[in-house]
Every structure is written in structure tokens, then in C-alpha cells.
Design a protein around this ligand. Sequence first.
Ligand code: BTN
Length: 257
Amino acid sequence: MIDLDLVKRSLQKVVPRVVFFECVESTNLTARDLVLEDPFGPTLVLAETQTRGRGRYDRIWVSPKGGLYMSLILSPKCASDKYTLFNLLAGCAVCHSIRKLYGLNALLKWPNDILINSRKVVGILSEVITDSLGVPWVIIGIGINANVRTVDYSPELHDKLLTLQDALHKPVDLNELIITTLQSLFQRITLLENGNHAAILDEWRRMNATLGHKVTVIDGENEITGLALDITESGSLLLQTAPDSIVCVNIGDIIHC
Ligand code: BTN
């Protein structure tokens, strides 16, 4: 159960507005509506379930009760060429929180999926929009398979995803997870705003499961295979596709990792 008062009190220094819904279509869409109707400042949108949770590439993020679905709205205080780093820092924040709270070996798959035992536990969808005055806002949407059983998802997902409840053999405290994740997020946002991008990139490198592996990245019709060498200053993936060829990939899904 989400205790809204506890979440609000614990996060009041960093998030002055927290809104909770039992059910929305998508917390990212609700966040977008809030920015367009009433741009306010850092805001957290929480929902118990989503009817059409959005994943990357317009995929559906299946959102049964017991999972954690939230979107953080903020007005970025950094140059626009650094907005892509919100994606990586959000992954680092959630991965760090899961390790700290539960001691699980959570790993980042480029750009920001979080895996445990090679199965996906967390998905992150960051979007940038502008309000009616042309001010940019970042929406960081985070979905965590928390207090749900893997068997409660459709069978084709069983070997692809994992839930925290199944990894730990007991449910987690959602309030603690929300609060720790948001605190971790804001620590890393401060790093970005203070120009310490290197710390974010280094943390991502320390917790990732992609670099050093031969991977295939798919973006629509395009497919590219190579050895994942490193990430760039803006979070793109450097792939060695031949002895004398290094390709920089900005976007895509990794299928072999
Ligand atoms: C992905 O891995 O494809 C990203 C999934 C992101 C899902 C979260 S759930 C909370 C927020 N609201 C959404 O509609 N999507 C994100």
C-alpha cells in the first residue's frame, strides 16, 4: 500500500507536489497533462495501476496492481545537449536503490533497463516536452515489477521479466522503495546540474551488463551488431562493428546481451 502522507513528508524537500491515482492510463501521460495545464515545479505522479502504461517504442508496459508506476516531472537546469543523461542517471538511481535496499545484483542494460538474473525488473521512459511558454520539462517514467508474481503476467513474458517479490521471496515496502529511489534520483540530478557528468557515466559503467559483450541493437528496420566498447558523454553506445570501424548508436534495443 502506498502511504501518500509518508511519501509526501519524506520527499517534501525535493518534490513539493506529489499526486496519487488509483488508476490512470499512463503516469507519463498524466505528467504531460499536468505540465501543459499547470506547470508547477518538481512533481511526482504515482499510480497503483495503469490501463495503458507506455514503454519504449510505443510498447505496452503491463501494469498490474502491486507494481510501482511513477513519473517525475522536473524543469531541467542543464544544457539541452545533456538531457539524454537523465535517462542514464534514472537507471543508475533505481539500480543503486535496489542494490542498497535488497542486496540484489541489479545490472543496467543499455540504455537503462534494469535486469536481475538477466530478466527485466525495471523499465524507464524519459521524455522531454515544452509547456505553453516554451519552457522545457523532463518527465522520467519508472515502472518497477515490485509486489507482483512473475506468473501473474502472460506466459510469453515469464522468461523475460522478474519481479522483486519473486527475487526476494517476499513483498517489498513500496513506500521505502519510492522514497529511496527519489532521493537517489535527486542526488544524481544535482550531479548533472553541477556539471559532474563524469560521475554519472562512471556509475553507469560500474553497474552495467552491456559493455564488453557482443550485442545487436535494433532500431525499427535498422540492426547493428558489434562489441559494446563504451558509452559517450551523452550516453550513446560505441560499438566496434569491424576491426577498423566504431559506430556510435544513440537509440535502440539490445537483443543479445
Ligand atoms: C520500457 O522499458 O520500455 C520503459 C517502460 C516504462 C514504464 C513506466 S511505468 C511508469 C511510467 N508511465 C508509463 O506509461 N511508462 C512509464
